[in-house]
Design a binder for this molecule. Structure first.
Ligand code: RP5
Length: 162
């Protein structure tokens, strides 16, 4: 199975990435995590992206806050699918990172999830890997079914609380 590359702009983004790694672990999807910054270590971020396909990655998740250029900078150097996670910073409630991540110019796409959307980034990455992996696709189908069952359970019990 192809690996998911996970890059965060700072170790302060780790609480968001923990949601990503927990979800990938639960699905049995292999991953590799790095701290590379578009601004503080641009050469390492670029080299990771340039070599990602030959190093066995199927897609890359990039998480950053504030002036969040990391996902775009990674996407500029690979044609692997890149998923951006805008991380909420100390000001502006993450809107800064959301706009910096999502507003990519035509030609260099980044699939952007919600602010702090670490779990959905993992699910989207797994869905990309599952295009070529039937067993993983079946795990994703089973998770959807069990998530739906949990909601229906809440539907049947909510009336007793009102
Ligand atoms: C971004 O700046 C990082 O992704 C992080 O979200 C934010 C703050 O980084 P630190 O100052 O906490 O290292 O590049």
């Amino acid at each position: 199975m192809k690996k998911v590359g996970i890059v965060m702009g700072s170790d302060s983004d780790l609480p968001i990435i923990k949601k990503t790694t927990d979800m990938l672990t639960s699905l049995g999807v292999p991953f590799e995590v790095h701290v590379y910054s578009a601004h503080r270590t641009p050469e390492q971020a670029r080299d990771f992206a340039l070599n990602a396909r030959k190093n066995g990655f199927g897609c890359i998740i990039a998480a950053a806050g504030m002036a969040a250029h990391l996902a775009g900078a990674i996407a500029a150097n690979t044609t692997l699918p890149v998923i951006g996670i805008p991380c909420k910073g100390p000001v502006l409630d993450g809107m800064d990172a959301l706009l910096a991540t999502v507003q990519m110019p035509t030609g260099i796409p980044v699939a952007t999830v919600a602010i702090n959307g670490g779990a959905n980034a993992a699910l989207l990455a797994a869905q990309i890997i599952a295009v070529e992996d039937k067993a993983l696709a079946e795990k994703l189908d089973a998770k959807r079914a069990s998530d739906a069952a949990a909601v229906l359970e809440k539907d049947s019990t909510i009336i007793s609380k009102l």
